[in-house]
Design a protein around this ligand. Sequence first.
Ligand SMILES: [Mn+2]
Length: 250
Amino acid sequence: MNMNMKMLVTSDWHADAVTNGIERYNEIESIALEMVKTAIEERVSVFVFAGDLCNPGLGGRTIMAISLASKVANMLDDVGIRSIWLAGNHDVVDVDYPLSSLMPLCTQGNSNINVAQVPMVVELAHVPFRFLCLPYVSKYLGARMYEHHNYVEALTAGFSAHDWKYTIVVSHMTALDVTGLEVGTESNEFRYGKSYKLNLPSYLDRGVRLVIQGHFHKHQRHGGLFVPGSLVRLGFGEEKHHPHYHILSI
Ligand SMILES: [Mn+2]
């Protein structure tokens, strides 16, 4: 098995965004489609979206955002690129079962399009790394899955040191105790769940190759913690951000 892998990593599209009265959809769509072209040209094997596609309740803007994600997932699948889509805090519907803006992607019956609406481990054929996905969940599921950490621990209970080394964590929970992490107004937006921050550095201590952390709009890297950031500057206060998607070779 080839132990090197190219991955396209992106997050926080917020394809339903409106900034100062201006709808951002067309701009975000054009970057998303350019991203697919780049993924194909760069021959990436995996595409990772780390959460916050759109709010579920904004009518036409929600539907356009979901259609865009669905189109991107299918375009990638057409050329054999597997994708992983995490739910973020904006995506989640607050009910006691898994439901988010990403739900339509997992009802297409396509095993190359992986949607994480609850914590799960995703393994992909011919890809050396496994993905421990830690999406945002509703407060009902959060009480069960994150406040009682044994739910997440059980997912990895059988991991050997070698398994951890070939694990990539993808998270849309808050990153606890990361020195130097720069956060914007998005850090105030968790409606709940601030009490069950994840100790992401503890995963790095176990030897995981990389932690991909969504939610934060500013692209940054702190050791093994990689924050893809948003695709466009979504609000005032983000003027100094240089938003983009990222190709990682690991
Ligand atoms: Mn978020």
